[in-house]
Design a protein around this ligand. Structure first.
Ligand SMILES: [Zn+2]
Length: 338
C-alpha cells in the first residue's frame, strides 16, 4: 500500500488565521447552539457496526457525552440529534478568485494524490476514462479540480439546494444533483470512482451510502477523508478556551478511529490502496497559544512578533511528527472493491 504523510500547513494557514480572528465568536456561538439542540433519544446501538452500546462507559468532551463502541471503536455522541446543522450558513459563498484559490490549495492536492497513488498501484488504469462521482460536493471545489485537469465524466451529489444551484451556475452546466439522484448515480455502471471528502462523519446512518458502494463491482474505487480521534481532539479536551474544530459537538457528533475505518472498509469489502495522513493539530495548537497570549500581556510589539514567528516555524515539523505517529486528526484513504 502507498503511504504518504503530511502536507505544508501554508495550504491551510489562511483558514486557521481567519479562524483565530473569529475564535471567540465561534466558541460562543457553538456553546450557545449546543445548549439549544434537541435530541431524539439516546443511541442504543453503534451507528457504524450496529453493536449494542449498553453498558459502555461514556466520556464528556466539551459538554457533550460521547461513547466509544467496544466492537469497532467508532466514537459517537450518546444522544441522537433531531436535526443537522445547515451547511450553507457555515460556508458562505466566495468570489471567483478566492474560490479558485481554495480549490487549488485544498482540493487539487487531493486529486493529485489519487493520481499519484493510482499511477503507482495501477499503472495501466486510464484515469481519464473513469466516471467520477463526488458525494457531498459542497461548494464544488473537488469537481472544479477535476475540471481544471480536464476530466470529462464528472458528477456531484449535494444535499443543500443553495450549494447545488451555486455549483451548477458556476460550472455553467448541470453536473451537481440532489440527494434524490444519489442512489441512481452511485449504482450507475459508469460510476467507477466515488469521492467523499469529510462527509461520512455528518451522517447518522453512513450505510445509506456505504451499502451502495458495497454492491458495486470489483475494481470500483472509493476515495474519502474522515476526521480521526487524534492529538487535536485531545487538545480540545485539555483546554476549552478556544473553539473546537475536531469534535465540536455541533456539526461533528462522531469521529473515526483507525480501527473503525478498518472495520468499515472490511464490511464493505474494500481494500486500502493508498493512505495519506495529515492533520491540522499543530495549527490548532498555534491557535490556542496565540489566542491565550494575545489576551494576556503580549498584545503587541517585538516579543509577540517573535513568538508568532517561532511558533509559525515549528507548525510543520510538529505536524509531521504527529502524522508519522498516526496521531493526527484526519485520514485520506483510497480504497478498491475486492
Ligand atoms: Zn461499533
Amino acid at each position: 500500500m502507498y503511504k504518504k504523510f503530511s502536507k505544508p500547513s501554508s495550504d491551510l494557514s489562511k483558514e486557521s488565521d481567519d479562524w483565530l480572528l473569529k475564535d471567540d465568536e465561534i466558541l460562543f456561538r457553538t456553546n450557545e447552539d449546543i445548549k439549544n439542540l434537541s435530541y431524539l433519544a439516546n443511541r442504543e446501538t453503534c451507528l457504524l457496526c450496529g453493536s449494542t452500546l449498553e453498558g459502555t462507559e461514556s466520556f464528556m468532551h466539551r459538554s457533550v457525552d460521547y461513547i466509544c463502541c467496544r466492537n469497532c471503536n467508532h466514537i459517537q455522541s450518546v444522544q441522537i440529534l433531531a436535526s443537522e446543522a445547515e451547511f450553507d450558513q457555515i460556508y458562505p459563498p466566495l468570489n471567483k478568485k478566492d474560490w479558485e484559490k481554495r480549490r487549488d490549495r485544498i482540493y487539487l492536492p487531493k486529486l493529485e494524490w489519487i493520481e499519484e497513488s493510482l499511477k503507482i498501484s495501477m499503472p495501466k488504469l486510464s484515469l481519464k476514462d473513469l466516471g467520477w462521482l463526488d458525494l457531498g460536493s459542497g461548494g464544488g471545489y473537488f469537481l472544479g479540480a477535476l475540471k481544471s485537469k480536464e476530466y470529462k465524466d464528472i458528477k456531484g451529489i449535494e444535499e443543500n439546494s443553495h450549494l447545488i444551484s451555486r455549483s451548477n451556475e458556476f460550472f455553467q452546466e448541470e453536473i451537481v444533483f440532489g440527494l434524490d439522484k444519489s442512489e441512481f448515480y452511485l449504482n450507475h455502471s459508469e460510476t467507477n470512482i466515488v469521492t467523499n471528502w469529510f462527509v461520512l462523519e455528518h451522517l447518522n446512518d453512513p450505510w445509506i451510502i456505504l451499502n451502495n458502494l458495497k454492491n458495486k463491482p470489483k475494481g470500483t474505487l472509493f476515495a474519502f477523508s474522515v476526521p480521526v480521534f487524534g492529538f487535536g481532539t485531545i487538545l480540545e479536551q485539555v483546554s476549552e478556551e478556544y473553539a473546537a474544530r475536531s469534535l465540536d459537538g455541533l456539526v461533528h457528533r462522531q469521529i473515526f478511529t483507525q480501527q473503525s475505518i478498518d472495520y468499515m472498509l472490511n464490511k464493505m469489502n474494500y481494500k486500502k490502496v493508498s493512505d495519506w495522513t495529515f492533520g491540522q493539530d499543530s495549527l490548532d495548537l498555534k491557535r490556542l497559544i496565540l489566542k491565550k497570549i494575545n489576551k494576556r500581556s503580549f498584545s503587541e510589539g517585538m516579543l509577540l512578533e517573535d513568538i508568532q514567528n517561532k511558533i509559525g516555524s515549528i507548525v510543520d515539523p510538529i505536524q509531521e511528527v504527529l502524522d508519522r505517529a498516526d496521531f493526527s486528526d484526519a485520514k485520506h484513504i483510497l480504497s478498491i472493491k475486492d
